[in-house]
Design a binder for this molecule. Structure first.
Ligand code: GLN
Length: 280
């Protein structure tokens, strides 16, 4: 009878198979731990343990997909954001660490015990809405997305974190919110320029194009959103937008032209401009 593969051997094989990627060892460990339903530390402590053939087979199938460029988060179905585990699938953008900078900005603008009306426009996995609702439980958070499948994931994430009171609506930007006004609107719009070659790269090409492709100069959605948001922000309320590092000037000009004031811009952890906000 053939001897079962051990955890250590399977990880070594995976690392070998994924060696073209810069996170080969980590990816192999994450995938095996996922298939076994354990964490990576457990794998280290049990590297001589045998792995059942059907599980080894599942693992090899995931390795094949990873080697073909599938993002690791779509294979495991989850991604950590704001120290919470969020479900993701191919209908949602994979939340990026830089979007935590938008959450931080929002939390600075929302006093701790305030009960404000907050909108997350284009919520995707629900990352922003869930993080803000968790940190500011008195706020009334609404989250919209154009895609029903995406919204289902966001709802699931809210429920998993005990935040089912977030109001979810399917909406093409403000379309389903004709008369609604908010104290603060948060948005991570698509802002990658259509022609950007990176959109074709492995890590990105499996993600929903609609969540990334911001048209000409990556500013098409932002150009539409800034004026449209005016009717939905209470006087004195805020608009907070994520954008690319080279878009700061354009975004701030658009905010000023649309009579927003008190513009500010924050850098992400990599030191690049990433979030701009302004008051109506
Ligand atoms: N930060 C993302 C990236 O660079 C872009 C996200 C977006 O367009 N909203 O891949």
């Amino acid at each position: 009878m053939q001897q079962a593969d051990s955890i250590g051997r399977l990880i070594a094989q995976g690392r070998q198979q994924l060696r073209a990627g810069d996170s080969a060892a980590l990816d192999a460990e994450v995938l095996l731990a996922f298939v076994l339903g354990v964490d990576r530390a457990w794998c280290y402590a049990h590297s001589d343990d045998p792995v059942r053939a059907n599980l080894a087979c599942d693992y090899r199938s995931l390795l094949g997909k990873r080697a073909a460029g599938f993002p690791i988060s779509y294979l495991t179905g989850c991604k950590e954001f704001w120290s919470m585990e969020l479900k993701v699938d191919r209908h949602t953008l994979i939340p990026r660490p830089e979007t935590e900078c938008l959450v931080e900005t929002a939390l600075e603008l929302i006093p701790e015990r305030a009960a404000l009306d907050v909108l997350d426009l284009g919520t995707g996995s629900g990352a922003i809405a869930v993080a803000v609702a968790k940190e500011r439980p008195r706020c009334r958070v609404t989250a919209v997305d154009i895609m029903a499948e995406t919204l289902a994931v966001a709802r699931d994430n809210a429920a998993r974190h005990g935040l089912s009171y977030i109001r979810f609506l399917q909406s093409d930007w403000f379309e389903a919110l004709p008369g609604d006004v908010f104290d603060i609107i948060l948005c991570n719009p698509p802002y990658v320029a259509s022609g950007y070659r990176g959109l074709a790269e492995d890590e990105i090409r499996h993600e929903p194009r609609i969540a990334l492709d911001g048209g000409y100069q990556g500013l098409a959605a932002i150009r539409q959103l800034i004026p449209a948001s005016l009717r939905h922000i209470k006087p004195g309320g805020y608009l907070v937008l994520e954008h690319g590092g080279d878009q700061t000037r354009s975004v701030r000009e658009l905010l000023v032209v649309n009579h927003f004031s008190g513009c500010g811009t924050r850098r992400d952890y990599a030191g690049r401009d990433r979030v701009s906000y302004a008051r109506r």
